[in-house]
Design a binder for this molecule. Structure first.
Ligand SMILES: [Zn+2]
Length: 93
């Protein structure tokens, strides 16, 4: 049985969205390279000193984010939700 997941992401991520990793992180396809974004901020991971951390909040990040990501749930099975899109609907005056 397949559960349809609803995942919220920014439009920027959506354009490259490939699916979710086994640990539930967003995976993007950047020029054929699969990268798992950090679960805290949906940002890239980077090294600070000797440990891997989130590029956005500098919280600790799993080594998963350094390795080529594996898509566990393909984007086709995920209901993507992009917040903050302007809804410009003209109201009759
Ligand atoms: Zn973070």
């Amino acid at each position: 049985m397949i559960n349809i997941l609803a995942v919220t992401m920014t439009r920027e991520v959506y354009e490259e969205f490939a699916g979710l990793s086994a640990s539930g992180c967003l995976v993007i396809d950047r020029g054929g390279e699969l990268i798992a974004l950090t679960p805290c901020c949906a940002a890239f991971a980077t090294f600070c000193d000797t440990s891997l951390c989130c590029k956005s909040c500098y919280g600790e990040a799993d080594v998963e984010h350094l390795l080529p990501a594996q898509v566990a749930v393909p984007a086709a099975l995920i209901n993507t939700c992009i917040p903050g899109l302007p809804r410009r609907r003209k109201e009759g005056s």
